[in-house]
Write a protein that binds this ligand. Structure first.
Ligand code: ADP
Length: 604
């Protein structure tokens, strides 16, 4: 370029007879004019050459010319400046003229300065020569523009390629779910583009300090590097305070490109001596480094460092975009990891609680068993002497041991009836504890429901007769055999029938029935026309020791302990059946329970 400018200056000087011709670049606006080239016969004398060039460089365009540049009223003819006259004047006397002609457009062209030895009489000719020079300058500029355009195009194409490559790699990144795999993909994809890279990640806690988590250096290269540094990469700690490059990247949160590999190496290796840096320079010979932040939760959590022998235009942007994708992938991986940990924690917690609960349940069951054992033992121990008391009371009352006075007879009768009531309670307690202790051990067998209903009816017949009650038994035809523990189911029926017998009014009918229930079960019901149970009690009558007591239901002498229905429910449920009650005050009560049959046993 400079050569061509000088040629233009020389040719113009020769064609116009000027002592000197100077091309001055005039930038747009306030940009200072700068000499492009100077040539002409005045420069032929070697010893004056430097002085002349210095004078012209000092003030390439006089203020008068500069003032008129923008208004475009060149050419201007002026007496040559005093310094110029001083250096050229010796040979040419005082008659020296400067002519300034514009070349190119006012926005950013050049001015041609001709120093002529006499007053110009041939301004038109000079301008014609100037147009020629202008043409050559324009051609030169066009050629430069074409080359620049070509460069830009190749750069753009390369950048597009890099970007496309990294975009594909970016989608690959999103598939990875753990940090190691993501960093591996980052390094591998950059390597495919011929770029070595490494990842620095912040250490957890406190002030930010970074460590190398990953590099794509071949093992040999890394070993050589570690030998030079006298420590492994894993030992390197990078603190922003001692690494200006890292500090700047951290502060701005923006990608940084540096062409000073030594400073970069010193920063990224946690400090290095001059000798080490020189050795590293020999090893890598690299000239460019791109440092781009990796972000997590809106903060810089690390850096992607990419080293390359040369970078094309667009490479830093592509790397930055890639780092952004890597950041997103890392963030996703972190969330997935957090989720996994939370799930594991929850699972462990649930397991722990379940274990605690199981232990608590086991402890409770153990306590319950102890209580039932205690109840069984105590009841049994109480029952034996009580039976003796009742026996002797009956003997006395029967006057088998001698005659009694009326008062004595009355007293012995009270002893006998109280003893019997007490025995009733104790029997009920024994029933409950016995059943609770053995509820897992049902003696199951197949038998017709009709047999059971009849057996219960026979057992209760004397008491029903005593109260003038009628018991109606109804069996649905072709009922399947029950599959149950016969004695215990009998106990359920006896409990329900005793309750009915106690509550039903004299002369009324109690109905005992068996029919087909749901899902192959048999349903047994006991219905009376007694006073019914107020709705507020219904939900609780199956609870242990729960009794309906109010003004309408005073405690009558036949009442037990409030265990009968609890035992009935426990037995039915031990068979996998259900028990329920429907009652309307003043109209009567119906209890219903279901029992398994042989049919259900063979069922699907
Ligand atoms: P209890 O030993 O008091 O009979 P149960 O468990 O057999 O204990 O009955 C609980 C309560 O349910 C009783 O207090 C009684 O008032 C009420 N009950 C049970 N069966 C009937 C019924 N057929 N008619 C009215 N009330 C009943």
């Amino acid at each position: 370029m400079e050569k061509v400018y000088r040629e233009i200056a020389r040719d113009t000087a020769r064609a116009t007879g000027a002592l000197l011709a100077q091309l001055v670049r005039t930038g747009p606006g306030s940009a200072a004019p700068a000499p492009l080239a100077t040539d002409g016969p005045a420069l032929a004398e070697r010893f004056r050459r430097e002085v002349i060039l210095a004078v012209l460089a000092d003030d390439p365009l006089p203020a008068a010319v500069r003032a008129r540049l923008d208004v475009g009223t060149l050419p201007v003819v002026l007496p040559a400046s005093a310094p110029l006259v001083a250096v050229l004047g010796g040979a040419q006397g005082d008659r020296l003229t400067s002519i300034f002609v514009r070349l190119g457009d006012p926005a950013g062209g050049a001015v041609l300065h001709l120093a002529l030895p006499e007053p110009p009489g041939r301004l038109a000719a000079i301008q014609a020569v100037a147009r020629l020079a202008e043409g050559r300058l324009a051609a030169l500029a066009a050629r430069a523009e074409v080359t620049r355009g070509q460069h830009r195009l190749t750069d753009l194409e390369a950048a597009r390629e890099v970007l496309a490559g990294l975009q594909v790699a970016g989608t690959q990144l999103m598939i990875e779910a753990d940090e190691g795999a993501i960093l591996g993909t980052v390094a591998r994809e950059l390597l495919r583009l011929g770029l070595h890279s490494g990842v620095l990640m912040a250490e957890p806690g406190g002030a930010p300090v970074f460590r190398w988590r990953f590099t794509s250096f071949p093992a040999g290269l890394q070993r050589a590097l570690e030998r030079i540094m006298g420590r492994t990469l894993a030992e390197v700690v990078v603190a922003p305070a001692g690494a200006p490059l890292v500090a700047r990247c951290l502060e701005d949160g923006r990608t940084l490109v540096t062409a000073r590999p030594r400073a970069a190496a010193r920063d990224l290796l946690g400090g290095a001596t001059t000798a080490q840096l020189r050795a590293l320079g020999r090893l890598f010979g690299l000239v460019r480094l791109v440092l781009t932040p990796l972000r997590r939760e809106g903060r810089t959590a690390g850096f992607l460092a990419v080293v390359a022998p040369m970078l094309r235009a667009g490479d830093p942007e592509a790397i930055e975009a890639f780092a952004l994708q890597a950041s997103v992938a890392l963030e996703k991986a972190r969330l997935v990891q957090a989720l996994r940990e939370e799930r594991a924690r929850l699972e462990a917690e649930v397991e722990r609680r379940t274990r605690d609960l199981r232990l608590a349940v086991e402890a409770l069951q153990e306590t319950d068993r102890k209580k039932d054992n205690f109840l069984a033992n105590v009841s049994h121990e109480l029952r034996t002497p009580l039976v003796t008391v009742i026996g002797w009371a009956d003997l006395l009352a029967g006057e088998k041991l001698g005659e009694l006075s009326p008062r004595q007879r009355q007293a012995v009768q009270v002893i006998g009836s109280s003893g019997r009531r007490l025995k009733g309670f104790i029997d009920e307690l024994l029933d409950l504890s016995r059943h609770e202790l053995t509820r897992d051990r049902l003696a199951l067998s197949a038998f017709p429901a009709g047999d059971l209903l009849r057996q219960a009816a026979v057992a209760l017949a004397p008491r029903f007769a005593e109260h003038g009650l009628r018991l109606h038994v109804r069996l649905a035809p072709r009922l399947p055999d029950l599959w149950a523990d016969r004695d215990r189911v009998l106990q359920v029926l006896v409990n329900l029938l005793s309750n009915a017998e106690r509550h039903a009014p004299q002369g009324s009918v109690v109905r005992l029935a068996a029919s087909r229930g749901r899902a192959g079960a048999v349903e047994v019901s006991v219905a009376d026309r007694g006073p019914g149970i107020p709705p507020e009690h219904l939900a609780r009558i199956f609870d242990r020791l729960y009794q309906v007591r109010d003004a309408a239901h005073p405690r009558d002498p036949g009442t037990g302990l409030g265990l009968g229905l609890a035992i009935a429910r426990s037995i039915v449920e031990a068979h996998g059946g259900r028990i329920g009650v429907r009652s309307r005050v003043g109209r009567g009560t119906t209890f219903r329970f279901s029992l398994p049959t042989v049919e259900r046993l063979a069922g699907p």
